[in-house]
Design a protein around this ligand. Sequence first.
Ligand code: NI
Length: 184
Amino acid sequence: MDQTKERELLGIELDILRYPDPILKKPTEPVSAFDEDLAGFVEKLYMAMRAHDGVGLAAPQVGVLKKIAVVEYEGKSYTLINPRVLEKRGELEAEEGCLSFPGIYALVKRPEWVRIESQDTEGKTHVLEAEGFVARAFLHEMDHLDGHLFIDYLTPLKRGAIRKKMMKQTRGTSAEPPRAARRR
Ligand code: NI
């Protein structure tokens, strides 16, 4: 189904917060209630991620300070609830972006391989292993749950340049007001 249509049918309009929204730097609470509300919220996260052509989205990016994130890559979906890293190996530098930083990409070093543990919407625990791109996506989303952003790995100079660009975006130089501004 057309994704815009899908969103309309479900009545979804989850706004994605943009840097430097202070919510993105806040820590999150673990999920303890594995109920219908949780399942519904996870579904909305997937929808918002797909609507923005993302490969991952974390709850704080839509203003919800809970340990919930989703990743979707090459047709595989990963729901990460209360995730934690069990083991990591290697190091790989690759270009990374984030839905809270539209149009911004930077090289970031991450472990090449990870084993993580996380829960699904029913509270069942799963151990997942991933390498390369998916490992990077897991770690990027898990960082969001600790209030960490990919630009935190960059030099202060690069981070400053990105901040400047994002401030310009948020002030709104285009005809369409940015999402973060519309929220208020
Ligand atoms: Ni991100």
